[in-house]
Design a binder for this molecule. Structure first.
Ligand code: BGC
Length: 742
């Protein structure tokens, strides 16, 4: 272990104190952290609360990165030795080679050892694999991972990402996104685990455990607390307009579930709630997150958000006031990220007695604790290089893509396609690694060509491996129509057409959209091929459910690919040709119309249509929906009792049989409807699920245990409550009623 010299005295004092109190042999990190804290000056403590962007330190020539990348050591010395900053983040515009990352992290470590007091913790966005490390394994984005409904695959994604981040020397990642996406216009929809709170809890805890409990753990930073995923207008970083009860019931639990699994840090959202920016909300940060939920990890701001309290949100007159508000609300570390304004302001606030030094100590203690837990005070090891981007890792990403990609329509069993058929492939996403990977893929927006140079097969290339004679024409870009006459004449000879559509990748503000409809250019291409009267298989590579009703009604098959990552081309080809079976299920409700955005767990009143009948909910495809090349039948649903007390557990059993001709995986989903409640109940809520593999003809008895308390909702007093009354439990088409009694 590396113990800086200045720590020796406090440590010795602590050991003496520990021995005299009969505490021999215990080495609680908390106590050692306290000893480290005592050795820091006020300026150094405030420095620990600052996170700077690596761009501040990178040398450029004529605005371009040098090769190899070089850091400005004078600037590093100022940041690390003079200011004592706590963390450095991000990448230099695009992914860097492992060697560059080693140079960066080792240079930072060296400068720190030469005169800094506390090791720097490096942090990065690693949201579908360690996406800013060149050549790393890229998994499907979270939405495609949620579509697998397979916790263990999600956990493996976390483990691989952790290992590959550690291989670059990075111990802290800004992932997972635990926002629950209930507004498809919101640009980061694809980065979430979908619209359901329970699914987000299950997937969120799986990935958190994968990140933090693996052989090469990284600290997870779940984001963006809280409600960020539900902006009213759909525009990034705009107000969330729901009630506190709904926020607590639907959006908080995914964070809480991961906190209970040891989540180490949380990024506070850039959104406001009911007129109060989250970052300035003592109620949500201090009262709810810290005190009620008991989160004791590090709270980080999002990009420049302390300053945004003043220049965007307009609740602070200047950055000094903004800093005071954020610290009072409970912030530990500011992603400043390009200057020292936060440090200067905070120092002034403490010197002017506006913020107490003990308040600073509380945050710094948590930051030091995080560093301690991530082993930064020990000799730093990295995984062996041959563990990085291995074939095994890309096979995991391939499996995840296969299990997530969702078959939404398959009229007359047009799929699987016989590879020997005459196939015409068209559309802007057919031959594109960019569309497979989406944003956060080697670059922030992911829409450039960097990713295309990685040698992974596009959908077209992967299909061509099975059918070298297939005909391809791009036909149209996302925004511009191509030569449709040529498309028509080339497609004429085909017996099946594969039409690959989607949207241009984007994230955050640059990706704000005003319309959910798929682009005009793609509609024109779709109509051109649909008019030929041949079977058309539509493949969608997109960030959210774009409205495709007019195409979906006319085509033979629809496959939702999400952003399936670098192995998505192979996965799609294998599924289309029937080498693999589909088992993905939608983690959101796919709307049929731009103005008809309802989630599956809508209220009863929303089911009433203009005819006063139950026609109000008309999605294109429902949450949880997905087809397979085989069929499953459910029977014998039974509950162990008719009436339960509040502390009981409902034991559910049933049989699932694969009655089709192929082996396949089924996602058995258990929903419960609260018939009458003091707060308007949803028509149903997902309460449990299991994914099982069954061979053709195989049958399995399945069991679920659902605590009655898991049926609770947030009541008028904003507290969780379980009310007695009648409930209906549903699995597929089967239903059983039961009563909860006092
Ligand atoms: C995003 C975060 C991200 C951070 C660092 C912000 O703009 O909202 O999700 O982790 O940038 O790149």
């Amino acid at each position: 272990m590396r113990i800086p010299a200045f720590l020796l005295l406090p440590l010795v004092l602590w050991i003496v104190a520990a021995c005299s109190s009969g505490n021999q042999g215990q080495s609680e990190p908390r106590t050692e952290v306290d000893a480290i804290l005592q050795g820091l000056s006020l300026e150094q403590k405030i420095g620990q609360m600052a996170q700077l962007n690596i761009e501040v330190f990178i040398n450029r020539q004529d605005g371009k990165l040098t090769h190899p990348i070089r850091l400005d050591t004078a600037k590093l010395v100022e940041a690390i030795q003079k200011r004592g900053i706590g963390s450095i983040m991000n990448t230099a515009g695009q992914a860097m080679e492992l060697e560059d990352w080693h140079y960066i992290t080792e240079t930072i470590e060296y400068v720190q050892e030469q005169g800094g007091k506390i090791p720097i913790i490096y942090a990065i966005d690693a949201v579908h694999g360690t996406n800013y490390v060149a050549g790393s394994t890229l998994f499907p984005h979270q939405l495609g991972m949620a579509a697998t409904w397979n916790d263990s695959l999600v956990r493996r994604m976390g483990e691989v990402t952790a290992l590959e981040s550690r291989a670059a020397g990075i111990p802290w990642i800004f992932s997972p996104i635990l926002d629950v996406a209930r507004q498809p216009l919101w640009v980061q929809f694809f980065e979430t685990f979908g619209e359901d709170s329970y699914l987000a809890q299950r997937m969120g805890t799986a990935i958190t455990l994968g990140y933090q409990e693996s052989e090469w753990p990284v600290a997870a930073c779940a984001k963006h607390f809280v409600g960020y995923g539900f902006p009213f207008t759909g525009k990034d970083r705009t107000p969330v307009q729901i009630g506190e009860r709904a926020l607590r019931e639907l959006h908080v639990p995914a964070f809480e579930a991961s906190i209970h699994q040891g989540l180490r840090s949380i990024m506070i959202g850039s959104n406001e709630f009911d007129g109060v920016p989250m970052l300035a909300s003592e109620y949500w940060v201090n009262e709810v997150l810290r005190k009620e939920i008991g989160f004791d990890g590090v709270l980080l701001s999002d990009w420049a958000d302390v300053a945004h309290l003043s220049d965007w949100h307009r609740v602070a007159k200047d950055t000094l006031e903004a800093t005071r508000m954020a610290i009072e609300a409970g912030l530990d570390m500011a992603m400043i990220p390009n200057d020292y304004s936060f440090c200067d302001d905070l120092l002034r606030l403490v010197k002017d007695s506006m913020i107490s030094e003990s308040r600073i100590d509380a945050s710094v203690r948590r930051i030091l604790q995080l560093k301690w837990e991530m082993g930064l005070f020990d000799e730093i090891n990295r995984p062996k290089m041959d563990a990085f981007a291995t074939k095994e890792n890309s096979d995991e990403a391939y499996e995840a893509a296969v299990e997530g990609i969702t078959l939404l329509k398959n009229e007359s069993d047009i799929l699987p396609i016989d590879p020997a058929e005459r196939i015409f492939v068209t559309g802007p996403t057919a031959h594109s690694l960019v569309h497979l990977n989406g944003a956060w893929s080697r670059t922030w927006q992911g829409a450039d060509t960097v990713i295309g140079k990685e040698g992974r097969p596009s959908v077209l290339e992967a299909m061509r491996a099975s059918n070298p004679d297939l005909i391809y024409l791009e036909g149209s870009s996302v925004e511009e129509v191509g030569d449709l006459d040529r498309v028509r004449s080339e497609a004429k000879v085909a017996s099946v057409i594969v039409l690959c559509l989607g949207e241009t990748p984007a994230t955050e503000k640059p990706g704000d959209r005003r319309d959910l409809t798929i682009s005009d250019a793609q509609l024109a291409l779709a109509n051109a091929v649909l008019d030929l009267g041949k079977p058309v298989v539509v493949v969608l590579l997109q960030d959210r459910p774009q409205i495709v009703a007019s195409i979906a009604d006319r085509c033979a098959a629809v496959v939702m690919g999400y952003r399936p990552g670098n192995e998505g081309g192979r996965a799609l080809a294998d599924l289309l040709f029937g080498k693999r079976n589909f088992s993905g299920r939608l983690p959101f409700t796919y709307p049929s119309s731009v103005n008809d955005l309802m989630t599956y767990d809508h209220k009863f009143a929303e089911t009433i249509g203009p005819d006063w009948g139950p026609t109000g909910f008309q999605p294109q495809w429902e949450f949880g929906y997905g087809l397979s090349y085989t069929r499953f039948e459910y029977e014998g649903l039974s509950l162990n009792k008719m009436a339960y007390s509040i502390d009981d557990t409902i034991q559910v059993s049933m049989h699932v049989k694969n009655v089709g001709g192929r082996d396949g995986n089924e996602v058995v989903q258990v929903y419960v409807r609260d018939e009458i409640a003091s707060i308007t109940p949803s028509v149903k809520r997902l309460r449990d699920f299991k994914k099982i593999g069954l061979q053709a003809g195989e049958e399995e008895e399945m069991h679920f245990s659902i605590p009655v308390r898991a049926l609770a909702f947030v009541g008028l007093d904003n507290a969780w409550t379980t009310e007695p009354g009648w409930f209906t439990l549903k699995v597929g088409d089967l239903e059983e009623r039961f009563e909860v009694i006092d």
